[in-house]
Each structure stands twice: as C-alpha cells, then as structure tokens.
Design a protein. Structure first.
Length: 172
C-alpha cells in the first residue's frame, strides 16, 4: 500500500513529519514538502519538493492509495476545492479525488471564515475526501503535547485504515 504525506505551509509542519515517521514499514511512504513549510529535511529517498510536478505521485497511474495533507493551509484547501493543481501537493490531491482514493485533509486555521467552511463543505461532499482538523479529545486525558499529537495521528490513521494504538480510546 502506498501512502503520501504532504506538508503545506501552515502551522504544525512538525505534526506532518511525525505522522510520516509513524507510518508502519509495511507501507510504501512518500513525502511532499511545500516551499512555505519550514524545511529542515535533506533530500532523501521518496521525498519530493512541491514544485516537482513530474514526481511519480503526480500521476494516477502511480497508484497512491492514501493521501494526507497535514497540515493543510487554507490556501491549499481553497485550491483543492476549486480544482487548481499548480504544485505537487494540489496535483496529488486532485489525483486522489479523480482516482477516488482516500484524501485526508487537516486544515489548520482558527477562527474559520465562511469561505473556509464553504470550501470544506464542498470537499466533504466528494467521495473519499475527509476533513479532519487537528482537534483533540479530552477523554484520553492528555498530559503533554506528545499525548495530543499521538491522539491526532492515531485518529488520522484510523480514518486511513492504518491500525495503531497511539491513544486511549473511549471506554478503555
């Protein structure tokens, strides 16, 4: 199974990196980093820069099964909603939509404007597109930022069908 993680230029880029690092080794994983994201990564295998629109993940025939955009800036969300594919992240999202593959978007903004909400509603109506902002639950009684991060990543993995035990579930 192929999993793509995209990191756009919103607050929380480190959360996207952590999600990427926790994908089980049984999955083939790929990473796209935007120019706006704080990049401290050296070019490694399966890491693409956002302007590399010839990267394999830009093609439906490559067969990415799950695409995460964590965090998803409102600019990126708006472009996806409008069908704009002007960089590798937005192109990968358009590929996921047209191929009916799972696309999990973690919009990172507060407060949300009517425009933001309209874009999210439009995207949520598309098969296999899931809007999952980084909103944590209190029922697992987080004590640290790491607890919150593991809760969020665990919930996103649940949505993707990736088994995990990253957080205490309701009733446990």
């Amino acid at each position: 199974m192929k999993v793509l993680v995209c990191i756009s230029g919103a607050s929380g880029a480190s959360l996207g990196l952590k999600l990427y690092s926790l994908i089980p080794p049984s999955y083939q994983r790929f990473l796209v980093v935007s120019e706006s994201a704080k990049v401290v990564l050296q070019k490694e295998e399966n890491i693409f820069l956002n302007d590399d629109i010839s990267a394999p993940v830009a093609s439906g025939s490559f067969g990415v099964d799950i695409t995460f955009i964590v965090p998803c800036s409102m600019n990126t969300l708006a472009k996806i909603s409008l069908g704009i594919a002007d960089n590798l992240i937005t192109r990968s999202a358009q590929v996921a939509i047209k191929e009916k593959k799972k696309l999990i978007l973690a919009p990172r903004e507060m407060p949300l404007s009517q425009i933001h909400l309209e874009h999210m509603l439009k995207l949520s109506r598309i098969q296999n597109v899931i809007i999952a902002p980084p909103i944590f639950g209190y029922y697992n009684k987080p004590k640290t930022i790491k607890d919150i991060e593991m809760f969020l990543i665990g919930k996103w993995f649940d949505l993707a069908g990736i088994k995990n035990d990253f957080f205490k579930r309701w009733g446990e």
